[in-house]
Write a protein that binds this ligand. Sequence first.
Ligand code: TXA
Ligand code: MG
Length: 446
Amino acid sequence: METVVSSAVDQAAALLSAGQVVAIPTETVYGLAANALDEAAVQKVFQLKQRPLSDPLIVHVRDSEALANLGIEVPYWAVQLMEKFWPGPLTLLVPRSERIPSVVTAGLPRVAVRAPAHPLLQALLEKVPFPLAAPSANPFGRTSPTTPAHVYAYFAGQIPFILDGGPCLHGLESTIVGEEEGRFVLYRPGAVPREALEEVLGERLVVRSSSSVPHSPGQFPRHYAPTKPLLYGWETPPDEPSASLVYFTPPAQPPDHPHLHVLSPDGRLEEAAARLYDTILRCQAEPTDFILVQRLPVTGLGEAVHDRLRRAAAQALFLFNHPLEWAVLAHLLRRYEIQALLDLRRHTMSRRYPHLAQGPLQKWLAEVGIFYEWQPALNRLLSPLQRLRREYAHIALFCADTEAHKCALQDLVTRLEGEGYTILGVAPEGRLYLHQVSASLRGKPT
Ligand code: TXA
Ligand code: MG
């Protein structure tokens, strides 16, 4: 199949009317669109993306009037938000109507709706007599596209048409908001910062974390991931020639490094967000083994950028039973947002390091909300590991500091790497090391 890239809205409209899937520009990211009322066309979108049918799609409409035509009744809080933010990068979860096929909402009682602001997409929505169901135009779990070229790289030969609307303005998906039992919930931080929504609603938004509701839509722990390991959150630039380095702002003393990227020369989060996915996709194409991204501020738009980077990164922190100071350990677990710790030590009553004994460790982890499990039988690791991997993107593994134990971990490391985890080792003084750890665990020279 030939994939045409063009800004001819008529052609896109004709293909969509004929039940085809077409890539569309929005002000956030590119989407993979189909007639939302045509079940077979919507199915094609899931197939192309290799997306599980349990993960519903956003319905794109021209404006709030179009919702009334679909029989969707909009609650008052949603009307208030639409008046302020539509057309724009805000998605609302509202009660579904009969006219929306259940494949679109994955059988859920609510439908996600948004009126995009991109002029070319508005023109397209005026031309077709139906709304468009569209997820981001990337294979499931991968980095979202912000240019027609990104979409082409993913889907050339598989879709007939990419509507070329140039690079996306925001470069980050829409914010998703809904109401649950009288509270407003932020399901996905996005291009409209939380503070702006709270001002209109007059209330704080509750965040749904993926660990409190495993697999709540849009919140898969691992998402937006490049094809090579991404490490997010370093403090001092690691001396890592085989990595692509991504800075938020230009470093005061730029290291002499061939693959250095800056998200925003003057430190603006809007600019960093707009460039984020393009930068990650560039890093992916570089001849490097890792992508290292500096931590960004988490206020305003930073919340969404931070969320994407956390999900794009999957980090497995290997801790060894050596004299790691308590404060250092606590700092590392927080810094890398470790969500679960798997204790692989056979003997957890260490006389040398009493603070690392199972009791105190487990107690502290419970207090800070980190899941703990003791699994000293390495040959029975598979099922706890699979469980962890489904729910947590950032895990720590506590290992004995013996050669025999390290040897026994080889399989585990290979498996984790295969799952896209970046393997991090922690030296006694708290220094992090990167690829050396997998090499040394495999017994290769570093
Ligand atoms: O900016 C955006 O929102 C882009 C552009 C193309 O509009 N779209 C986008 O779609 O990001 P997608 O499918 O990549 O992400 C939408 C998220 C999904 O994670 C999905 O689980 C959630 O919204 N979602 C969609 N419908 C839902 C529903 N009925 N209930 C709960 N969550 C829903
Ligand atoms: Mg997506």
